[in-house]
Design a protein around this ligand. Sequence first.
Ligand code: ARG
Length: 442
Amino acid sequence: MKNFEQFIGSFSFDWRLAKADIEGSVAHVKMLVKTKILTASDGAKIIKGLSSILKDIEKGRQLPKEEDIHYAIEKELIKRIGPVGGKMHTARSRNDQVATDLRIYLRTEILSTIKMISALQSVLADKAGKSVDVIMPGYTHLQPAQPVLGAHYLLAYAWMLQRDKERLEDCLKRVTVLPLGSAALAGTSFKIDRNYTAKLLNFDSITQNSLDAVSDRDFACEYVFDLSLISAHLSKLAEEIIIWSSAEFGFIKIGDIFTSGSSIMPQKRNPDCAEIIRGKSGRVFGDLTALLTIIKALPLAYNRDLQEDKPPVFDAADTVKLCLEVMTDMMNSFSFNGEKTLKSTQKGFIQATEIADYLARKNIPFRTAHATVKNIVNYCIKKEKTLNELSIEEYKTFSNEIEKDIFKFINIENIINAKNSYGGTSKKSVLKQIADIKKCIK
Ligand code: ARG
């Protein structure tokens, strides 16, 4: 077999773990010195060698190709400081090493993703602040349902993203558990101090079972699931942008640079960035499926299948960060066309529920009120009138309980401001939401 080395190797994708690998090795060596498994002078030589490799990597220098990043760094170390470099691998195996590296790497990724989510939330909160007087139809089943504030709509996404952030913060607790010292699968007979290594790496705790420790990739699955949900949320927001920016809706505008023209139809401005974000979610879900399929049916403990965990994890991380960045920029360029959204509230009889509530407050059973309003709406359709355009006499033919004050109740602004329940769409409630979400954005 010609390409065996390449086939079994992971260097082409795990080079990304280089910094994490060195960080883990430095902590491991310090622990070996503290426990007197290595002499202080050997430890110092190794750490100096590792630091010089790290410096070169940071400068963008590539290491010579090896089976994987762990071998590449160890070989380079031995090349630089001599056989003493080989002592670094005492009391560990690549199995606990790679699991540690991935955890160190993901910690950094999670923290930067959380920051990026906050940046998007901040833009949404800012745009919400500018849209507290924008009145638009809210939908269920994509049919006009009840009027809401544009700000309320944007904040819905800010709260979704808040849960995404909390999920990542929670995931971090299981990522920062140290497997190092589990060695190949059974632990080690060297008298190591795993808690000390954990402390050096700023990990919360150490793993409890060496078999589990070297085979566990639950934290990676969890992370990619969290990213999948972020992708789903971004995809939903992208979908709103696509619908709202269509000629039929015309509710919003986004910056021209987020759209592109058609090669044949000169009039077109297509919302490509939003569409690509929507499409990328499929890719991230694919990464999650890949990861779950890789771990399924693996007997304990380490199996080489686990090497295949990295491409989907890295791909999901890169994709979601890119989408967050583009969405944040795109939302920065976002604005509502308040006239258009207000005009749309005149369609679809979105005040109908208010009339039913009006009658219910007059002691008419809600079911009866609902049927009455259905008749009113059918009448409007026949007469091609809106609910505002009916006269009080026309209303009275449906129910004697309806008085002139009905027009106050079906005024769109009044409807919105009456929705003052906690979390509702009244301006007062929305202003509170803006203040509350801002507290969640660090
Ligand atoms: N490159 C390997 C991986 O990513 C490192 C661990 C190799 N362990 C082994 N027993 N062959 O999983």
